[in-house]
Write a protein that binds this ligand. Sequence first.
Ligand code: ATP
Length: 218
Amino acid sequence: MTQVVSTNSPLLHAERLSSIRGGRVLFENLDFSVSAGQLWQVSGPNGAGKSSLLRILTGLLEPSNGVVFFDGNPLNQNWSEYCQQLLFIGHKAAIKGELSALENFHWQQQLSSVQNVDAWDLLEKLGLLGLEDELTTRLSAGQQRRVALTRLWATQASLWILDEPFTALDVQGIALLQQRFVEHLDAGGTIIFTSHQSLTLSGLMPEKLSLEYRGEVL
Ligand SMILES: Nc1ncnc2c1ncn2[C@@H]1O[C@H](COP(=O)(O)OP(=O)(O)OP(=O)(O)O)[C@@H](O)[C@H]1O
């Protein structure tokens, strides 16, 4: 069951966020608010700073300037609550190549708060049945992505931050993931994701945050 934060303030609020990396200003003075139950898509060309922004929102990367608020408080003052509510899947899917799909699932289960889901049902849903004992490093890119995404069916986190979750998925995988988005949003959950593609499932109408590529070096 998704835990929904009850608050009148935005779930997540970015104030005057700036990021300078590799000697380039990626973005400056970004202000936006994400309410519980919303779907946000961060888009922009390669190198525009999408992953950097997501990592700042997760607290993994310090902004050069600005503050991220969760439930009305700066992240560092609300850290333990934030970690309980957050599920982050980065661009490089967090799976262990030396473990099988099944072992990866169990490993993830031990790391995070999870719903009681049947691993075999989940592997079947994600088209991984029959591959459960294969080392994930030997799976295709799309299959590895599917292993990483099993977390979305097992988590209790209400806020999902997902970097390129659709990468490498086939048509059926994309549809499955979009359906999972719908279920999470219907349950009051919140999703912020990056993608170069448009969502195809009707009913999924993300708020858009577009970053531009700024080539000038400081
Ligand atoms: N670890 C790092 N150290 C220094 N600079 C970095 C680092 N990672 C990224 N950068 C800089 O930040 C810029 C933006 O990277 P980022 O990954 O946020 O872009 P992106 O919009 O997610 O790109 P893509 O669409 O290719 O995934 C890069 O072009 C690079 O100059």
